[in-house]
Design a protein around this ligand. Structure first.
Ligand code: ATP
Length: 221
């Protein structure tokens, strides 16, 4: 389902060229739960941004669901992302002028799910994540941990084929962290592929495979 071949990505600034991905080869089969660990600056977020079609490779090839991504137009990439991927960003990326209800409903809107079904699924998802009392709140009215849960609920609601999670437990206490990881594990058990970046060994223990990034290179753990 996911294949990176000799993948390279670099950033050029005035003073330095950083190889964020250095000749990465990676194959992820459908239904895997993969965790990527590694020191700060080793390229983990870059890897996730490439897999989520937010950034393009400079060299090599990325195949997603049978499509060679380098051959796709911008709008084809957006369509592919909306069809396949739920993304949990490190910075949550909730839409500030939308309520919790509206934020969580967004992926269903993109997939043209009818309004009545949308409402029912949002209601159920908010219940699962203990967010029902917050349904009409805006992101700025929520704590960091609550925003995190909204971001996760939004990524999971459409049962995407692939969930990409950048430090999904980064801002949570240990009880909320375990709840999030249990949810990821559950949705993985239902067939969703999960790729998670984390600094936490406990979080990684939920994954079936753990990879280590160092200086843009990927090794098995
Ligand atoms: N837009 C950018 N411009 C220049 N350099 C960048 C840019 N984005 C990332 N980098 C550099 O690329 C390298 C990899 O960054 P990346 O964010 O992928 O690391 P990371 O492993 O996710 O780090 P962290 O654990 O701190 O989030 C770093 O050296 C970073 O400074």
């Amino acid at each position: 389902m996911i294949k990176l071949e000799h993948a390279g990505k670099f950033y050029l600034t005035k003073t330095i060229k950083t190889l964020a991905l250095n000749n990465v080869d990676l194959a992820i089969i459908p239904g895997e739960f993969l965790s990527v660990m590694g020191p700060s600056g080793s390229g983990k977020s870059t890897l996730l941004n490439v897999l989520g079609l937010f950034e393009s490779l400079d060299t090599g090839r990325f195949t997603l669901d049978g499509e060679v991504v380098e051959g796709l137009s911008y709008s084809q990439k957006i369509a592919l992302r909306r069809r396949l991927i739920g993304y949990i960003f490190q910075s949550f990326s909730l839409i500030s002028h939308m309520t919790v209800n509206e934020n969580v409903a967004l992926p269903l809107k993109y997939r043209n799910v009818p309004k009545t079904e949308r409402k029912a699924r949002v209601k159920q998802t908010l219940e699962t994540f203990g967010l029902t009392p917050r349904a009409e709140h805006y992101p700025s009215q929520l704590s960091g941990g609550q925003q995190q849960r909204v971001a996760i609920a939004r990524a999971m609601i459409s049962h995407p084929a692939l969930i990409l999670a950048d430090e999904p437990t980064g801002n949570l206490d240990s009880k909320s962290s375990r709840a999030v990881l249990e949810q990821l594990k559950k949705i993985n058990g239902q067939g969703t592929t999960v790729v998670m970046v984390t600094h936490s060994r406990e979080a990684s223990s939920y994954a079936g495979r753990v990879l280590m990034m160092r200086d843009g290179r990927l090794d098995s753990h």
